[in-house]
Design a protein around this ligand. Structure first.
Ligand code: FAD
Ligand code: NAD
Length: 478
């Protein structure tokens, strides 16, 4: 059977499902091919993000933070909790319920928008034909005027530490343990390592992160990264830099991890090992040679600024193309491509891309770091404000961290904003908007912020950029 569509999207992660919905909104006859099978072996939409990524990890981060607070933070607020019990299977079941509700929600949105979900694995053939191979092995062919490839990414596996049942796992496996392991080792102190390491640390595991590089979070502003390292270490995350893992051996229910650091060969025995060394674009069996779509030197699908591949009418978005592997980046590319296909003008502003690490405190940033500005020779000025001086942070009993804004000395434009502290992810929003609107620091200084809110810290940081902060002693008052 051959169906003709205006658009066929391959993959229904946050890049693909958003692209499909926007295409349908614009009146394009749209199909989306998705092969994902959930824990119950049922087809599911939502991709990595909804099934084993952003959402389940945040469900566990929220629950474990509350557990940790109840155990260790409530006393100071005058609340005595005795007999706090932990029910890990219930926590995992709640996470699975949230995932099921959200992935079911995407299915409902597909129906409401008239999008055909072609269940199975899609392969792009010549002349914009797509073969869909269903889970029972049967195949069907479909053609489209346009194709959007959004097949995402998968965890990088280390051949020296092969995955082994629930003992040596990738990020997805570390979301499903139903008992708290005694000792966990994480390979990679990147975003996944820190988020999932925090989950199990808060529940009581001893957590060691082995990081091959000699620097911690090199993409984060150095002052913020230093603060983060100090805070996470205080929380009991044992972050070891310059520690390159060389292998692992499973012995019964334990695993021995060997690694090299400046003192030479080391090894440790742990209950669980999480491999969190990055993700790679997923293009396996997605493209045939006849499709003619080119890859770049890193194995990502090569695209231009409009996410169009070298084949006109074939686009690629999300983790399968260059740029940060973030859900919102893929979604914005999905909207852009749908609008371009519908004949509209559309673009993505890659310079204003929010980033968040959902630890506690959260780390969030947008734009340039001080190190990048120095390297580029930009004449900038930094303004900072510590949460220790925020009335709201004090009331919350959560005073760690700071806000930092960076302004161009000549134009007063905001060049970057960096937050480590309570609700940093939500606080960052106003800086993202400010940068998108090309606002000056003076615009933020002029904006009235409700009192008492955490957002006042952003206001004060903007004021402090030229010595006008009210609630800290300024170096050079204007
Ligand atoms: P994916 O979400 O990977 O979706 C691709 C889809 O394509 C999959 O469903 C796959 O089954 C399907 N597919 C592949 N090949 C085919 C084929 N041939 N035919 C049909 N379907 C196919 N990002 C954030 O922004 N914020 C976060 O908090 C965050 N947390 C994360 C936590 C974890 C533990 C992980 C692993 C990732 C996290 N990410 C987060 C990253 C985020 O999940 C990805 O950037 C995002 O999912 C990429 O979206 P995508 O649509 O490009 O790809
Ligand atoms: P990452 O790139 O953030 O971190 C991987 C780390 O592993 C790096 O620091 C790397 O130096 C280290 N490493 C690599 N090989 C090693 C080895 N042999 N021994 C020790 N260390 C080694 O990747 P990740 O944490 O796996 O996350 C993958 C992607 O998912 C990221 O690009 C991220 O953008 C995305 N993600 C985003 C969020 C979020 O937005 N909050 C959350 C999770 C994941």
């Amino acid at each position: 059977m051959t169906d003709q569509y205006d658009v066929i999207v391959l993959g229904a992660g946050p890049a693909g499902y958003v692209a499909a919905i926007r295409c349908a909104q614009l009146g394009l006859k749209t199909a989306c091919v998705e092969k994902w099978l959930n824990k119950s072996e049922k087809p599911a939409l939502g991709g990595t993000c909804l099934n084993v990524g952003c959402i389940p990890s945040k469900a566990l981060l929220e629950a474990t933070e509350l557990y940790h607070e109840a155990k260790h933070g409530f006393e100071e607020l005058g609340i005595t909790c005795s007999d706090i019990k932990l029910d890990v299977p219930k926590m995992i079941a709640r996470k699975d319920k949230i995932v099921a509700e959200l992935t079911g929600g995407i299915e409902a949105l597909f129906k409401a928008n008239g999008i055909d979900w072609l269940v199975g694995a899609g392969t792009v053939l010549a002349d914009k034909n797509v073969r869909v191979t269903a889970h029972d092995g049967s195949a069907s062919n479909h053609t489209a005027k346009n194709i959007i490839i959004a097949t995402g990414s998968v965890p990088i596996e280390l051949p020296i530490t092969p995955l082994h049942s629930d003992i040596v796992v990738d990020s997805a496996g570390a979301l499903d343990w139903e008992a708290v392991p005694g000792k966990v080792c994480v390979i990679g102190a990147g975003i996944i390592g820190l988020e999932l390491g925090s989950v199990w640390r808060r529940l009581g595991s001893e957590v060691v992160l082995l990081e091959a590089m000699d620097s911690f979070l090199p993409m984060v502003d150095a002052q913020i990264a230093k603060d983060a390292m100090r805070t996470f270490t205080k929380q009991g995350l044992d972050i070891q830099l310059s520690a390159r893992v060389t292998g692992s051996t499973v012995n019964g229910k334990k695993v021995t991890v060997s690694y090299q650091n400046s003192d030479g060969e080391q090894s440790m025995e742990v209950d669980k090992l999480i491999v969190a060394v990055g993700r790679r674009a997923f293009v396996h069996d997605v493209l045939t040679d006849d499709a003619g779509v080119g890859l770049d030197e890193r194995g990502l699908i090569h695209v231009n600024n409009s996410c169009e591949t070298n084949v006109p009418g074939i686009y690629a978005i999300g983790d399968v193309v260059r740029g940060p592997m973030l859900a919102h980046k893929g979604s914005e590319e999905g909207v852009m491509v749908a609008e371009i296909i519908a004949g509209e003008t559309s673009s993505v502003n890659y310079d204003v891309m929010p980033n968040v690490i959902y630890t506690h405190p959260e780390v969030a940033w947008v734009g340039k770091t001080e190190e990048q500005l120095k390297a580029e020779g930009v004449d900038y000025q930094a303004g900072t404000f510590p949460f220790a001086a925020s009335g709201r942070a004090k009331a919350k009993g959560d005073t760690g961290g700071m806000v930092k804004v960076l302004r161009d000395k000549k134009t007063d434009r905001m060049l970057g904003a960096h937050v480590i502290g309570p609700s940093a992810s939500e606080l960052l929003g106003q800086s993202v908007l400010a940068m998108e609107f090309d606002a000056t620091i003076e615009d933020i200084a002029h904006t009235i912020h409700a009192h008492p809110t955490l957002s006042e810290a952003m206001h004060e940081a903007a004021l402090s950029a030229d010595g006008r902060a009210i609630h800290i002693a300024n170096r050079k008052p204007r």
